[in-house]
Write a protein of this length. Structure first.
Length: 218
């Protein structure tokens, strides 16, 4: 038997209560996102993933972090708040309306000045960045069909020992259904295979939220 503790609903609630930083700004943004978007609000990262991003970013103290896929800015809030003084977060999204919802919360948290929001296809934004290995931390969480392309563009701009976190790598358990050829499902499958044994990196796949893979550049 694999050594994985199955999450019952009770255990899941227990985990969320303990793995989540309790703070008013994030909770209100989360509520507003769910109120406005209903089921689509599930695009937002889970509460405990916010806690994980805080710990990772706080530990790495990146000068430059990049988020690919910002939605209403919930994940960016956790990343930006954990940046060291002078640290910057480049946010990439195609939807200005959605990203605008997060801005008042970024301001309330005192991190709006740290965030550079670029509204354009993320591949264009990434390809417009210098080739220098300047990225310390990246969070990939946009359209899944482009995951391999995002990874390659980010990896070459990431410094040695920099970290890339990739969301939805378990993709709601749809990966196991070989008949599912939805481009998003195929994108996640291809990405998970692409990094397997990649000699440029070290990886750890975590069962948190819908699955996050942590990738350290060697
Ligand atoms: C899963 S949501 C991101 C959730 C966000 N990280 C959070 O913490 O709440 C995915 C986002 O990717 C954006 N997106 C989709 N295609 C994109 C593209 N080609 N370039 C940039 N962003 C894209 C969508 O507009 C959406 O806001």
């Amino acid at each position: 038997m694999p050594k994985v503790t199955a999450l019952t609903d009770d255990l899941c609630r227990y985990l969320l209560r303990r793995g989540t930083a309790d703070d008013a700004v994030a909770t209100e943004l989360r509520k507003e996102t769910l109120r406005r978007f209903g089921e689509l609000g599930a695009m937002m990262i889970a509460e405990d993933q916010g806690g994980l991003l805080s710990v990772l970013v706080g530990t790495l103290a990146p000068k430059l972090a990049v988020e690919i896929g910002t939605f209403t800015g919930y994940g960016s809030l956790f990343i930006a708040r954990a940046l060291p003084p002078g640290g910057k977060l480049l946010c990439c999204d195609v939807n200005a309306e959605w990203a605008r919802i997060g801005k008042p919360y970024w301001r309330r948290a005192g991190v709006a000045e740290k965030i550079d929001l670029r509204i354009a296809p993320a591949l264009e934004t990434l390809r417009g960045l210098p080739d220098a290995e300047a990225v310390d931390f990246a969070f990939i969480d946009a359209d899944k069909a482009n995951y391999v392309a995002y990874y390659e563009e980010i990896l070459k701009r990431t410094r040695k020992n920099g970290l890339i976190a990739v969301d939805n790598v378990l993709w709601h358990n749809w990966l196991m259904d070989a008949a599912d050829q939805n481009p998003e499902t195929v994108g996640v499958r291809e990405f998970n295979d692409h990094i397997l044994g990649d000699p440029r990196v070290q990886t750890a796949m975590l069962h948190v939220g819908d699955g996050i893979t942590l990738i350290r550049k060697l």
